[in-house]
Design a binder for this molecule. Structure first.
Ligand code: HEM
Length: 452
């Protein structure tokens, strides 16, 4: 699989040989994205070059290299042309340069630890509301339940809107849109979205549903006004540029769609994997419940309890190590440069994969093992920086990282206290990477609820 290609720099970048002359490694990547990444990490120590059709690419495999790209040279890279605008248009996830910096500055206060304290009660309230609807012996789909609760939380905390009773329709529309976005990479010959094929009509309908519901929230807020409210939607509505102009309605919609999408899909994935892993590791599940029972004594957890529930936090972090929802992301070099001695010419696609980093045995010994003790404060401190990067790093680090960590820990505690889940036997719970945008189980994850 290894061929050496001469570069002008001191280090030679080894290239993975593709199966097809023109397509390079694209077929292998499209067949199974995770397997392709794993294979590269197995074959190469430091970095691996490959061609995805005409796109010259490099996968970085050392934590120092990630620092170089994501932090040190952050502004020498763009997010790249591979980023798809179907969801979120020019929202925060996609936008670039000065415009991105301005939008990020505008939204950052709503995600700072000081501010998200006020979200804790909403998170646990929806967790309690959901578990109260379950009875012992009932079979539920954990994937659907975790999506519903995280959607409700993002709706209430950031938009002050209650979508708890409409999460089925809402999340179904997101699933269709995510699948469309994900298959953009796998079906390059697909007819453009504005052609009225049955599939395109289904995708257009889903996108319309999301936009219409978000527009309703925006219209409602225009009617009721933003006085005295400091949710993110009000912040976006009140923003003015240097000329005193408000954000355009298209930009507002793009930001709202981005936040709704990014704000629930990833956390729902992590929580679903968390229950799946806990059910497979009863000793760890028991330790979680012992911690929760001891600390909470039947109370609903609050923000102040977070530091008293360290094991729940460790579990959530270890889940994101094994199943990082954003399993890989890319950058595009804006100028010729050198990273760790490798030549990275302008236009090269740089791939960064939390999934690959999190399974490197030199960072995480016995990497396949689910072991929340890797994240005790003492052991976490010993990890090399950028070896654990579920939220990325640098100026484009996930804006919702504290939000997500708090939500994960609080929902684990809230639900573990009230119920135990038992996975239905015979299920194959696995990702279907060509259908989902993130690393999440595809389809139902069926579990029986036992009330405690
Ligand atoms: C387990 C949960 C989450 C994970 C693993 C995750 C992961 C990530 C990663 C890796 C990035 C950076 C991508 C890159 O550098 O190209 C990112 C960016 C982003 N995330 Fe998250 N995220 C999570 C939760 C959230 C939540 C709860 C929100 C909002 C409520 C959110 C909103 C965003 C936004 C808006 C960006 C773009 C930030 C920018 O470019 O300035 N994410 N996320």
């Amino acid at each position: 699989m290894v061929t050496q290609v001469k570069t002008r720099m001191s280090k030679k970048l080894p290239y993975a040989r593709g199966e097809w002359p023109l397509l390079g490694c694209l077929p292998a990547l499209l067949r199974d994205r995770l397997a392709f990444l794993r294979e590269c990490a197995r074959e190469y120590d430091e970095a691996c070059g490959f061609h995805l059709a005409l796109v010259d690419s490099i996968l970085l495999l050392k934590s120092e290299q990630l620092h170089s790209v994501l932090v040190e040279h952050a502004y020498d890279f763009s997010k790249g042309t591979l980023m798809h605008k179907a969801i979120g248009g020019n929202g925060l996830f996609i936008s670039e340069g000065e415009f991105h910096r301005k939008q990020r500055k505008l939204m950052a206060p709503s995600f700072q630890p000081r501010h998200i304290v006020s979200y804790a009660d909403t998170m646990t309230r929806y967790g309690e509301q959901m578990q109260q609807q379950w009875h012992s012996g009932e079979e539920i789909d954990l994937n659907k339940a975790m999506t519903a609760v995280t959607l409700s939380i993002v709706g209430k905390t950031l938009f002050d809107a209650d979508v708890f009773d409409e999460t089925d329709a809402f999340s179904a529309a997101f699933v269709v849109t995510f699948e469309y976005t994900s298959t953009t990479f796998t079906s390059p010959l697909r007819p453009p979205l504005n052609w009225p094929t049955p599939y395109n009509l289904r995708v257009q309908k889903a996108m319309r549903q999301i936009t219409e519901r978000l527009q309703q929230m925006i219209d409602e807020r225009h009617r009721s006004g933003t006085d005295g409210r400091n949710d993110l939607l009000s912040v976006l509505l009140n923003a003015r540029d240097e000329d005193g102009e408000p954000m355009s309605s298209q930009q507002l919609m793009d930001e709202c769609t981005t936040l709704f999408a990014a704000g629930h899909e990833t956390t729902a994935a992590s929580l679903t994997w968390a229950w799946y892993l806990l059910c497979q590791h009863p000793d760890i599940y028991k330790k979680v419940q012992e911690e929760v029972d001891g600390v909470l004594q039947g109370r609903t957890p609050t923000y102040a309890d977070l530091e008293r529930l360290p094991y729940c936090r460790q579990v959530f972090k270890e889940v994101m190590r094994l199943y990082p929802p954003a399993f890989s992301f890319t950058r595009e070099a804006l100028r010729d440069m050198e990273i760790d001695g490798y030549r990275v010419p302008k236009g090269m696609m740089v791939m960064i994969s939390p999934y690959v980093m999190h399974y490197k045995p030199e960072y995480f010994p016995d990497p396949e093992r689910f072991d929340p003790d890797r994240f005790t404060p003492e052991r976490e401190k010993q990890l090399p920086r950028y070896a654990y990067i579920p939220f990325g790093a640098g100026p484009r680090i996930c804006i919702g990282n504290y939000f997500a960590l708090m939500e994960g820990q609080l929902l684990l505690a809230t639900l573990a206290q009230r119920v135990s889940f038992e996975m239905l036997p015979g299920q194959v719970v696995k990702p279907e990477m060509n259908k989902t945008l993130t690393l999440r189980p595809y389809g139902p994850v069926r579990a029986v609820v036992h009330r405690r």
